[in-house]
Ligand binder design. Structure first.
Ligand code: HEC
Length: 124
């Protein structure tokens, strides 16, 4: 009898431990980090790009998704399309009274960074 009680306690502790650990696993799985798969270099681009893209967000929306029909969404363009568009605005190949002055303020490094940043957002 004594042994049976001990066995019951042992089993209950086992069930309790399993019950307690399960919700932990469930919360881990329910909140995956969307950028966890990125390399350290990509995380860096994400951080720097976000800071550089603040001024762009005023027109093109946060994450490049525009909420205003006057401005196109800029997420979803390929990295090379994105780069080419900015280079064209900067040289005057492509002109727009709102966008041209924005592009003229960008260095080559800015354009590289922004193109890589928005391409990352598109892929995420
Ligand atoms: C004052 C508003 C404004 C700001 C700020 C702005 N843009 Fe634009 N952008 C526009 C408009 C308007 C267009 C569409 C121009 C056209 O039709 O040629 C455009 C077009 C673009 C395009 C081309 C989209 C396509 O589909 O070809 C890219 C890329 C772009 N912007 C990137 C940027 C980036 C990067 C920044 C920040 C450095 C920025 N823009 C800041 C207004 C803005």
């Amino acid at each position: 009898m004594n042994q049976l009680v001990r066995l019951l306690i042992f089993v209950s502790i086992g069930i309790l431990a399993a019950a307690c650990s399960d919700p932990d696993n469930a919360t881990e799985a329910a909140r995956p980090d969307p950028f966890a798969h990125l390399t350290a270099e990509q995380q860096e681009i994400l951080q720097q790009g976000q800071a550089r893209a603040n001024s762009c967000a005023a027109c093109h929306g946060p994450q490049g998704i525009s909420r205003n029909r006057m401005y196109p969404s800029i997420v979803g363009l390929s990295e090379s399309e994105f780069k080419q568009a900015l280079l064209d605005y900067r040289t005057g190949e492509r002109t727009n009274p709102l966008m041209s002055p924005q592009a003229r303020g960008l260095s080559d490094e800015d354009i590289e960074l922004l193109a890589a940043y928005y391409a990352l957002l598109s892929s995420g």
